[in-house]
Design a protein around this ligand. Structure first.
Ligand code: NAD
Ligand code: ZN
Length: 335
């Protein structure tokens, strides 16, 4: 299945990675290819990627796995390794890995020599349904996450579910959390899929991508409609930060965040009360939340120090029904 973005395509298909060479050769004339990946993905897929791309001369840069690599230091190190390997303007870079590799490599591609072509090959469920879609690339600063970055289109995004077989259950579930979110704001059928636990297939991945794609096409630079994708994220981010990004993974934190958003929606009369239990149950069954759930009171101190909450009012995403996200305004006093 091919999905159209502004000027590139997203290919979503089992074993699509096997056609990678052909896709590259349709627009690229050099023999040299530059790959950035992390140590886990390299260990699992090094030989496979070499065989898929055996017509090219590969230069592979391997970074340490995890968010710790989305830094200026790794950014400079990757650039220096690519230059040592002889990268020139117009050479193609492949980002092979999860969201960390995708965001960092995309930012390298956006900035080195003022921009090189690159391809996203996301290998985690979260990166397949979320971070590889929408052209946001960037790195973290000591002051906070994703503070330096760009909007930079890839030449192609290839989404192949075969990579998911090697993901740990917990990493897999982080992607499920974003898929449940996508279902809740815009696709009831997608949400219902997660009411019992089965492995996702290409069909559900496509549905989740379609939610993000539709919103991104309306709002490429994240000024308005994209806000919907932040359902659960306002308080999710507060939870991640409260525990210094250690205890809860992103998908888990936004799952608690979605419950808080539901509570707020119910109190404001925007969300029907009966949604809470069914959504809570679904998140719990998918291994995303455990008791005790967070309440707003638990986050009071964290919220006080957040810029967003010290403004007089801020945008907040609620549900009016399953599959119906709505943007509303909240006054800080109301919280
Ligand atoms: P990640 O890249 O750290 O990957 C998670 C773990 O899975 C890593 O240890 C990685 O080595 C491993 N891994 C990757 N593919 C694997 C595979 N096929 N089999 C086994 N292990 C594999 O994290 P992530 O969850 O993919 O992405 C999180 C990042 O994405 C964050 O930095 C976040 O800010 C970013 N993000 C960006 C956007 C965006 O729009 N650009 C959106 C959402 C999230
Ligand atoms: Zn998220």
């Amino acid at each position: 299945m091919k999905l159209k973005m502004s000027d590139y395509e997203i290919i979503v298909e089992k074993n699509s990675i096997r056609g990678l060479s052909k896709h590259i050769k349709s627009f690229y004339t050099y023999d040299d290819l530059f790959i950035v990946t992390d140590e886990n993905v390299d260990e699992l897929y090094h030989d496979f990627i070499k065989s898929v791309l055996n017509e090219f001369h590969l230069h592979i840069v391997v970074i340490k796995a995890g968010e710790q690599s989305k830094t200026i230091a790794t950014y400079l190190d990757v650039i220096s390794q690519l230059m040592d390997k002889g990268i020139k303007r117009n050479h193609l870079i492949l980002a092979l890995g999860g969201g960390v590799v995708g965001d960092l490599t995309g930012f390298v591609a956006a900035t080195l020599y003022r921009g090189l072509p690159y391809i996203q090959i996301p290998t985690t469920l979260l990166s397949q349904v979320d971070s590889s879609i929408g052209s946001k690339v960037g790195i973290d600063l000591p002051k906070g996450k994703n503070l330096v970055g760009a909007f930079y289109h890839p030449k192609l995004v290839i989404i192949d579910p075969v990579f998911l077989d090697t993901l740990s259950k917990r990493e897999y579930n982080q992607g499920v959390a974003e898929m449940i979110k996508a279902g809740l704001i815009a696709n009831k059928e997608l949400f219902n899929f997660f009411k019992d636990t089965k492995r996702v297939t290409t069909k559900e991945i496509l549905m989740a991508i379609e939610v993000k794609r539709t919103v991104v096409l309306k709002d490429p630079f994240d000024q308005k409609e994209r806000m919907l994708l932040n359902f659960g994220h306002t308080f999710g981010h507060a939870i991640e930060k409260k525990f210094k990004y250690q205890t809860y993974k992103h998908g888990e934190a936004i799952s608690y965040g979605m419950l808080i958003a539901l509570e707020i929606g119910i109190k404001k009369g925007l969300t029907p009360k009966h949604l809470y239990e069914s959504i809570r149950h679904t998140l719990e069954m998918n291994g995303l939340i455990k008791k005790p759930y967070f309440k707003i009171e638990d986050l009071k101190e964290d919220i006080k120090t957040d810029k967003k909450f010290t403004a007089e009012a801020f945008h907040f995403i609620c549900l009016s029904d399953i599959g119906q996200g709505v943007v509303t305004q909240i006054k800080v006093g109301e919280l």
